[in-house]
Design a protein around this ligand. Structure first.
Ligand code: NAD
Length: 305
């Protein structure tokens, strides 16, 4: 069993660290928010007094932070941030970042870690808070082949599936490609339901056709944006997240940044990014599932004659 430091014990990191403890690993954790530390302590994580203290005596450092800036500042150290993890860790420590960040930031973080004498992989996740709690996350891993056998057993304690996507940055690349499809497909399914309403179709009739026809997709069959056809979808729970609209807007923003860097002409993905950015901004911090975009489509449609 490995000695693991876990930095970032929020909605995702808290339950992920708890699953590592449950699998028998010795986990020392740190977060800037005292409440997060209290919750982690209750699940068996040993709480450190600083991030540097957490990482100084371990084999593996896992980070689960809000975004790329937080990651780079935590790795390299920055004013006002309790960090400098790369300097504080023993040489040869394996750094595993599970946050969702820009591909370029993931590669920069990896390069800084290697330069400091460590090893590093990016391993963003899909599956949300419920997947983190149940230990069924999908990890998309960007790693040198030698580092994978060290990271994989740890990730497995928190995972339903671990997919090696290629070298450094490969995990983040796969994550944003997938979420670009997810954002676009949720928007397309929502537009189809509102069009169906205007054309006199019931939600159930349209669902019964599309779910067994060529319009079939995850946004329809698992996460149906209208109440009724899929009882477990957030539409039946007043659109409580689930996968929050602000996180979808964030991930589509990362996809846009990658599209810009690569020059890919992705008009559907670009439009989905605009729509979700406006939706998340209008919510002004209210927690709302990303499938609630169907309400915006309805509201923005011309009034029926
Ligand atoms: P969160 O805001 O709940 O947790 C992030 C934690 O990091 C916070 O507790 C914060 O205090 C801590 N933190 C920030 N800077 C720190 C530092 N320098 N040192 C120590 N702790 C620090 O966010 P979350 O929902 O847990 O998401 C974490 C990451 O996972 C994000 O990158 C997000 O995009 C990604 N993600 C989230 C979900 C989801 O459904 N919530 C799903 C997939 C991926």
């Amino acid at each position: 069993m490995s000695a693991v430091a876990f930095v970032g014990l929020g909605n995702m990191g808290g339950p992920m660290a708890a699953n590592l403890v449950a699998a028998g690993h010795e986990v020392v954790g740190f977060d800037l928010v005292p409440d997060a530390l209290t919750r982690a302590e209750r699940s068996g994580v040993r709480v450190a007094s600083s991030a540097a203290d957490a990482v100084s005596g371990v084999d593996v450092v896992i980070t689960m932070l809000p975004g790329g800036r937080h990651l780079l500042d935590a790795y390299r150290g920055a004013e006002g941030v309790d960090g400098g993890l790369l300097a504080a860790a023993r040489p040869g420590t394996l750094f595993v970042d599970c946050s969702t960040v820009d591909v370029a930031d993931a590669r920069a973080a990896n390069a800084s870690a290697v330069e400091a004498g460590h090893r590093a992989v990016d391993a963003p996740v899909s599956g949300g808070v419920s997947g983190a709690e149940a230990g069924t996350l999908t990890f998309m891993v960007g790693a040198e082949a030698d580092d994978l056998p060290v990271a994989e057993p740890l990730l497995s304690a928190m995972a339903g599936r671990v997919v090696h996507c290629g070298g450094p940055g490969g995990g983040q690349a796969a994550k944003i490609c997938n979420n670009m499809v997810l954002g676009a497909s949720m928007l397309a399914v929502s537009e189809a339901f509102v069009l169906g309403e205007r054309l006199g179709l019931t939600h159930q009739a349209l669902f019964d056709v599309m779910s067994t026809a060529s319009g079939q997709c995850w946004s329809l069959t698992t996460y149906c944006p209208v109440p009724g056809p899929v009882p477990t979808s957030p539409a039946n729970n007043d659109y409580k997240p689930g996968f929050a609209a602000r996180l979808m807007a964030k991930d589509l923003g990362l996809a846009m940044s990658a599209l810009e860097q690569t020059g890919v002409d992705a008009r559907i993905g670009g439009r989905a990014a605009e729509v979700y950015r406006a939706f998340a901004d209008a919510l002004d911090g209210e927690p709302r599932d990303f499938s609630a975009i169907v309400e915006t489509v309805r509201e923005r449609s011309r009034p029926e004659a």
